[in-house]
Design a protein around this ligand. Structure first.
Ligand code: SF4
Length: 227
């Protein structure tokens, strides 16, 4: 794969942006479902639950699933799909998600003897994660970054929009992942969380709050007036 060259100037600007965000924005655990656990399998399920819904609802679904069935490959592979669906109803798309969760649990049981950590210790854990049912690039990257602190950069809609407006990266998922990994080397988790917070609080899709944004002086879009 061809590597894109990240300009030094951009790297310095990225680090300054991160510094300002660290000073101005608190990372609230309850706003990120994937921070609800340190167990890699639970992080995977939390990420599946958070697809197409807000963190409040996905966290409620996560807690309910844990209370009713338990979040581990053994209990989820044995549970009825309807019972999983019922427990996660608040997360939306609950039937599709329940099917995915059951399939994943079954596959982890069959392929890894129920020990999901084995996946992370393989030579290419990202490739292995991508072979699991319903696990796409963003989900795989969240699991890797949040559970094993492996350097990667999940690209969600907030990250894509904010990084684009900040002039840090654009393009395909893989191009952005590589750019942002390089720009925020060693600080990918903090940068990922803070860019999302920036997107939620200031750099909204519609009517971004550029005039009060803490990184406006480093943002080409904000300096121009508006996106
Ligand atoms: S200045 Fe505006 S466009 Fe730039 S990051 Fe802030 S809110 Fe987004």
């Amino acid at each position: 794969m061809q590597c894109r060259v990240v300009k030094i100037k951009d790297a310095e600007r990225a680090m300054k942006i991160l510094e300002i965000l660290e000073k101005n924005m608190e990372i609230k655990k309850e706003e990120f479902t994937a921070l609800a656990s340190e167990d890699p399998f639970e992080i995977l399920i939390a990420t599946i639950l958070s697809q197409n819904t807000n963190d409040r609802n996905s966290l409620a679904a996560f807690n309910e699933l844990k209370r009713r069935i338990g979040i581990n490959p053994d209990s989820l592979s044995k549970a009825e799909e309807d019972d999983i669906a019922d427990a996660i109803r608040i997360a939306g798309l609950y039937r599709t998600k329940a099917r995915a969760i059951k399939e994943i649990a079954r596959e982890v049981e069959e392929k890894y003897g129920g020990d999901f950590r084995k996946v992370l210790s393989l030579e290419n854990p990202r490739d292995e994660l991508l072979k699991l049912p319903k696990v796409g690039e963003k989900t795989a990257d969240v699991v890797l970054l949040f559970s094993s602190r492996m350097e990667t950069f999940p690209i969600d809609t907030h990250v894509r929009r904010v990084a684009g407006r900040l002039g840090l990266s654009s393009g395909s998922y893989e191009e952005m992942r590589r750019d942002l990994m390089s720009l925020f080397k060693g600080k990918c988790l903090e940068a990922h969380l803070l860019l999302i917070q920036l997107g939620r609080r200031y750099c909204r899709a519609r009517k971004p709050l550029c005039s009060t944004c803490p990184v406006r002086s480093l943002c080409p879009t904000g300096m121009k007036g508006s996106p």
